[in-house]
Design a protein around this ligand. Sequence first.
Ligand SMILES: NC(=O)c1ccc[n+]([C@@H]2O[C@H](COP(=O)([O-])OP(=O)(O)OC[C@H]3O[C@@H](n4cnc5c(N)ncnc54)[C@H](OP(=O)(O)O)[C@@H]3O)[C@@H](O)[C@H]2O)c1
Length: 295
Amino acid sequence: MQILDGKLVSAAIKAELAEQVAQLKAEGKKTPHLAAILVGNNGASETYVASKVKSCAEIGFNSTLLRFDEHISEKHLLDHITSLNENADIDGILVQLPLPKHINEELVINNIDPSKDVDGFHPMNVGKMVSGLPTFIPATPYGIMLMLEHYNIETKGKHAVVIGRSHIVGTPMSILLSRNSNPGNCTVTLTHSQTKNLKELCLQADIIVAAIGKPGFVTADMVKEGAVIIDVGINRIADETKKSGFRLVGDVKFDEVAPKSSYITPVPGGVGLMTIAALLKNTYHAAIGQKGGMN
Ligand SMILES: NC(=O)c1ccc[n+]([C@@H]2O[C@H](COP(=O)([O-])OP(=O)(O)OC[C@H]3O[C@@H](n4cnc5c(N)ncnc54)[C@H](OP(=O)(O)O)[C@@H]3O)[C@@H](O)[C@H]2O)c1
């Protein structure tokens, strides 16, 4: 069993980006600039946005964090997005989800200029991804593909079972893994809460991508010997021994699944860090006017 080390791989990607940014600056070109929008005080969202902003600083990107009260009106938020769209200094815009219930997330995403949509959620970019055209790939699936590529994991002809069909993880992951590319060329089964025989399907999987949001959902009896396990889940569970009062666990029961797997991502230290690295890559590509890094 080998750990797929998100810390190591994301550090390598960030080091490469830092060099590319230094090169841009040396040539008198524009420094990539990411604008992040955070609405309200959701603890997990605060942590994610803080990591993204910190990572920008580490590699020499500029970043702007726009924080709004949870009661901000939809109109006011859309006005801010319009002004970021029109601001030539801003290359990438990310709106941290989820948004408060009174704000229509779809409307907000649709109002981001697709050429600045570094999260890859705008329908135009999703359409391009499905068509195999160059575009911004949603950061979590993109990060997973970069991880598979880094470790040279054979995906061609393999059976991948993706658990969860969200627009941000499961669905794009299923599309990317089934593409005629490397990584890719998998036969993909996309599963969800209405799937009847999930355990049987998982037992046939060479690769499992778990993106459910339920701690320890994937257990050893669901996993074939030698399978590659990608755990996307980030779940907070109470832990009195921690200062914060919680710890993070994935959607996979790591201790019992790891010994059966050939490769496995830990939580934390796996996919989460790759998501940030992929977002930074998308932002770099936005800044140099080249969309997407995978096509
Ligand atoms: N590492 C990262 O950077 C990163 C990024 C994004 C998300 N995450 C984490 O990944 C997890 C999933 O996130 P998400 O946004 O994709 O979640 P989501 O939108 O809540 O989607 C969860 C998916 O799991 C499916 N599901 C629920 N119960 C199931 C069951 N018993 N059997 C099979 N499928 C089931 C749901 O099916 P239905 O569609 O039928 O409801 C849904 O498609 C969360 O823990 C989240 O925090 C991590």
